[in-house]
Ligand binder design. Structure first.
Ligand code: BYC
Length: 317
């Protein structure tokens, strides 16, 4: 006796019910092709961001001002490599091929976060990346721990724990510098002035120009809109800036008693569009470095493949 395969309507109903019941979709479950494509797009972009995101801070490892700072920074940059690897693995559970994803990053066919296309000009930038960039990442990623796709949500739990350490180390670094000389305080303020607006842009375009948000929210891949998370980040950062003793470079930033939230200025959306399109200050440098690292590692991949093939052959004998 054969059992008829369930038809698409029935599969779609099971999928919809799973999402509505706040349960997870797992790799072997049926899923609409659009859901799979959206997740591969977002998870791959996220993985690429972690890998490219190693560069702006990585260049400061050799110039860290003490052994302690060097050890902390090395651990942080290594964590970012780890996050990239979990996320590529999550994308593989959706049927994506890791080599193909890397090729798409290098060829510019897939995106990575706009924030990593800005230069790190002083050591204070390492602290500000920890405070603001990792802070924005946490704001964005904590809700992703409840994302409907199981492997992505589970990867986010570990990533967020590590991001909290990253944020704390950045804030502690800045606190130390703010307790130092006038020149050090000026370096911190300069870094805050340069990173504040790009950090707000990390959350993506405003909701009325975010083509993917509606469907991604309906599928519960995203749990909040870009503007909701941006607002949360501003409200979180203002008291932290006060405690640190820095000003945020926005003359329109003010507490709104009615909304119980801060009003703030409008990020330069034309700048975000240009950076996403490949025209930011460091896009070419970041991709060139990634391409060179990939080419330089070709012999390692070949050796690993040859070793695996020999092991398989010996096991078969
Ligand atoms: N940069 O419809 P929208 C880290 C694209 S790394 C570049 O709102 P969506 C860290 C967007 O992809 C953490 N592109 O899209 C590592 C879309 O283009 P496509 C990075 C952006 O997906 C090292 C188009 O614009 N975090 O923490 O609904 C050191 C329209 O946007 C950006 C993640 O990757 C951008 N900022 O929402 C330190 C989080 N914004 O694909 C720290 C996971 C938008 O249609 N991703 N675009 O051609 C997400 O949460 C969502 O994908 C986004 C965008 C909120 C970013």
């Amino acid at each position: 006796m054969t059992t008829a395969a369930p038809d698409t309507t029935e599969l779609q109903r099971t999928f919809d019910d799973t999402i509505a019941a706040e349960q997870r979709i797992e790799p072997r479950d049926w899923m609409p092709e659009g859901y799979r494509r959206t997740l591969i797009r977002q998870v791959a972009q996220h993985a690429h961001s972690e890998i490219i995101g190693m560069q702006p801070e990585g260049v400061w490892i050799t110039r860290a001002p003490s052994l302690r700072r060097k050890a902390i920074l090395m651990a942080k940059v290594q964590d970012e490599a780890g996050h990239g690897l979990y996320l590529y693995s999550a994308a593989e559970t959706l049927g994506a091929d890791r080599a193909d994803l890397t090729a798409k990053l290098i060829d510019g066919a897939q995106k990575y976060s706009s924030i990593f296309n800005y230069p790190t000009l002083s050591y204070a930038d390492v602290g500000v990346i920890g405070w603001l960039v990792d802070g924005a990442a946490i704001c964005n990623q904590v809700p992703l721990c409840r994302s409907s796709f199981g492997p992505y949500a589970r990867a986010m739990i570990r990533v967020c724990k590590e991001e909290s350490f990253h944020q704390r180390q950045g804030y502690e670094l800045l606190m130390t510098m703010m307790g130092g000389t006038d020149a050090q305080r000026a370096m911190v303020q300069d870094a805050v002035d340069r990173w504040w607006w790009p950090s707000l842009m990390m959350f993506g375009p405003p909701d009325d120009r975010s083509p993917n948000s509606g469907q991604s929210m309906a599928w519960r891949i995203k749990r909040h809109t870009n503007d909701e998370l941006r607002q949360r980040f501003v409200d979180m950062s203002v008291p932290q800036a006060q405690a640190l003793g820095v000003s945020l470079p926005d003359s329109q930033l003010i507490w709104n008693e009615q909304r119980k939230s801060h009003d703030f200025g409008t990020p330069d959306w034309a700048e975000l569009a240009a950076v996403i399109a490949g025209d930011g200050p460091c896009n070419v440098e970041r991709i060139t470095n990634r391409r060179n690292a990939h080419d330089d590692g070709a012999w390692v991949r070949e050796a690993a493949m040859a070793f695996a093939a020999r092991e398989r052959q010996e096991a078969g004998q």
